[in-house]
Design a protein around this ligand. Structure first.
Ligand code: PRT
Ligand code: MG
Length: 213
């Protein structure tokens, strides 16, 4: 895969990086540094024109929106919170799959008035309960949501569930399904126009790989 113009792709460390690398490898792009040991935040690749930037998962839409990266890979959960302004979402990469759930103690009543909900995903939580006309009290957290019902901070949480092991280990259960989550390729809208040929080529190649998986 040869590009005419420089292309920067924003990824977050952790599962997104781990799951995106094999896809990039299949279209002939791999980082030059040893990814296990490098502390660099900008990685050169075997393709002269392609660089990877490594940032926090929640910052990926922001980098792409402002054109600091042409493309990014980010969870749908992160996109729903960000709002997707200034971004195209050309592909569902079908990686890092999980689900968004309301969770809590097995006997929790999720339909009470002014239900206290703790979450990192405040936008998704608000949308879910408001869609059925339920008033809630929303408590924004940045992690370890499972603790909130245990210490009485909230009645329920809204969190990602993959195997369900984290909830189970804390005596909690999934109560109400909200939505399926997977990682998306996002593109900067200006790049999409000014570097259209390269952008199309990149997206089409990735699409072919995903369809073969
Ligand atoms: O950790 P950091 O603050 O840097 O960012 P991050 O937590 O957003 O990054 P990362 O790498 O943990 O997650 C990146 C993306 O992976 C998320 O935005 C999701 O789209 C996706 N993903 C897929 C997950 C999970 N599966 C997942 N299981 N993200 C988080 N989890 C957590 C979940 O929050 C819960 O604490 O794992 C726990 C539940 O897992 P189970 O298997 O016990 O159910
Ligand atoms: Mg994490």
């Amino acid at each position: 895969m040869q590009f005419k113009t420089p292309i920067t792709i924003a990824l977050s460390k952790g599962r997104i990086f781990k799951d995106t690398l094999p896809l990039l490898e299949k279209i002939g792009i791999h980082p030059l540094d040893d990814i296990k040991t490098t502390r660099k935040l900008i990685l050169d690749t075997n393709q002269n024109n392609v660089k990877l930037v490594l940032i926090r998962a929640t910052d990926v839409p922001t980098y792409v929106q402002w054109g600091a990266a042409d493309f990014g890979v980010t969870g749908k959960d992160v996109l729903l919170e960000h709002g997707g302004d200034g971004l195209y979402e050309p592909l569902d990469l079908k990686i890092a799959q999980c689900q968004l759930w309301v969770a809590g103690y097995p006997d929790a009543d999720t339909h009470v008035r002014r239900l206290r909900v703790a979450s990192k995903y405040v936008q998704s939580a608000r949308d879910f309960f408001h869609a059925r006309g339920q008033q809630i009290e929303l408590i924004k957290l940045y992690g370890s949501m499972e603790l909130a019902p245990i210490v009485g901070l909230a009645d329920v949480i809204v969190d990602l569930v993959e195997t369900g092991n984290t909830l189970k280990a804390n005596g909690l259960v999934p109560l109400e399904f909200i939505t399926d989550i997977s990682s998306r390729l996002v593109a900067n809208k200006a790049s999409w126009k000014t570097k259209h040929e390269d952008c199309k080529k990149f997206v089409n190649a990735l699409r072919d790989v995903i369809e073969q998986e």
